[in-house]
Design a protein around this ligand. Structure first.
Ligand SMILES: Cc1cc2nc3c(=O)[nH]c(=O)nc-3n(C[C@H](O)[C@H](O)[C@H](O)COP(=O)(O)OP(=O)(O)OC[C@H]3O[C@@H](n4cnc5c(N)ncnc54)[C@H](O)[C@@H]3O)c2cc1C
Length: 387
């Protein structure tokens, strides 16, 4: 068993410097907010626990609502030639299917490529990106934060959390949702298969659903949300896939005929879709740290990018070199975050209830076949407008 650093006799050294803005986590929310804030003239440090490039669990379909913003800011990865996705297919566990054009559409690109592209951009902007460094503690006193990694402790004026779905810091900050065990797991593969490049499909299976869509280089992402309890019951991912995922005939076809490009899948477990709050102990929460939308909406990445823009704009309004109006900053950020995202998360949670059971998934396909109005309403209410 590993010993917590504060009991091990080792003490991180408190550096005698005050950082201006520190971002915890270098996914989409962290990298994009770091670039925007550095361009606004702030001195930004970003701490990321892993080393780029790396794979992470994600469906890798990004709603086009973020395209104008990314292009305007030189953050769209044109050279990697993302796939363009315009159609949506939904299948029930028994394999009944329903298809419709996507209102806005989206593009497909792996996080391995996209995050590395943003990381390289952040380095070019002169941002102090510290990789393989996990922030393990945060406290706030005398109007500044003290942040700790295993080896250093430093102070910062503004702290932005962009650490994603779950982190040790959620427990440190005693966030309400950590008291309940989260029942979900996410599993991701990259595959080569025969599938239209302009379509994203969402296939139901008992206790979960699985997306497939094209990314760059003739590759496809296959990613599903499942249940921790079912994994425990079957004992392994392979056994669970055999018993449940392949019950959907479309998924059976993909699993049995595609080339799987990873040695083993990327897996994440125990994350929560419960409501969170946009500010905790004065830390500004962005991306999934502020709230994770159910993946069936295909919108979490767009929200992470949009929240990065919102936090950067709010900071600019309330923090000039000499003066930080923290109260006004926190108030405006919370309001804007709630106005922009809260309803989407609620609709996403309710819609997810239609998935994963044989009866509800059959009903959902029938309803959508008879009235595409319902499907459009769900899309409209879980997506934002281009910005
Ligand atoms: C199964 C599944 C499928 C999904 N599919 C899609 C999809 O197709 N489309 C879509 O738009 N969204 C999808 N999402 C949601 C999407 O992945 C997230 O909303 C998005 O990645 C959020 O970005 P982020 O920057 O907030 O967090 P992340 O991208 O998770 O980045 C957080 C970063 O913080 C780092 N970190 C964590 N803790 C610390 C720490 N203490 N110190 C330093 N670094 C730390 C992590 O290493 C990580 O790099 C899916 C989610 C799941 C679970």
């Amino acid at each position: 068993m590993s010993v917590p650093f504060y009991l091990s006799g080792y003490r991180p050294v408190l550096r005698d410097i005050l950082k201006e803005i520190t971002i915890i986590g270098g996914g989409l929310a962290g990298l994009v907010s770091s670039i925007l804030l550095q361009r606004k003239g702030y001195d930004v440090s970003l701490y990321e626990k892993k080393e780029y490039p790396f794979h992470r669990v994600c469906g890798e379909y990004i709603s086009d609502e973020v395209k104008p913003f990314l292009k305007r800011n030189g953050l769209f990865p044109d050279t990697s030639e993302p796939s363009e996705i315009k159609r949506f297919e939904f299948t029930s566990i028994k394999g009944r299917s329903f298809e419709l054009p996507l209102d806005l559409g989206g593009f497909g690109i792996s996080r391995y490529v996209l995050d590395d592209f943003l990381y390289q951009t952040a380095l070019k902007e002169g941002i102090n990106v510290v990789t393989k460094a996990t922030i393990i503690d945060t406290s706030f006193e005398a109007d500044r934060f003290v942040l700790s990694t295993a080896t250093e402790q430093f102070e910062t004026k503004v702290a932005i959390a962009a650490y994603g779905k779950k982190s040790v810091l959620d427990n440190k900050l005693q966030r309400g949702f950590t008291r309940k065990r989260a029942p979900f797991i996410g599993v991701k593969y990259h595959i080569k298969t025969d599938f239209p490049k302009d379509k994203i499909a969402l296939h139901n299976f008992p206790n979960g659903y699985c997306g497939i869509s094209a990314i760059e280089d003739d590759k496809y992402n296959l990613c599903y949300l499942g249940s921790r309890d079912r994994l425990r019951k079957y004992g392994s991912i392979t056994a669970m896939e055999e018993a449940e995922v392949k019950r959907n005939p479309y998924l059976k076809g993909i699993f049995e005929n595609a080339d799987f490009l990873f040695d083993k899948p990327e897996v994440i477990n125990e994350f929560s879709f419960a409501p969170k709050s946009a500010v905790e102990e004065h830390v500004l929460m962005t991306g999934d740290s502020a709230g994770l939308i159910t993946p069936l909406c295909g919108n979490g990445m767009a929200m992470a990018i949009h929240s990065a823009k919102i936090v950067a704009d709010c900071i600019e309004r309330h923090y000039t070199k000499d003066k930080l109006n923290r109260e006004a900053l926190e108030k405006e950020y919370t309001k804007t975050w709630n106005d922009t995202f809260k309803k989407r998360l609620r609709v996403g949670r309710r819609t997810q209830a239609l998935f994963g059971s044989s009866i509800t998934s059959e009903i959902a396909v029938s309803l959508m076949k008879n009235s595409s109005f319902l499907a459009y309403q769900i899309m409209k209410n879980t997506h934002g407008q281009p910005f």
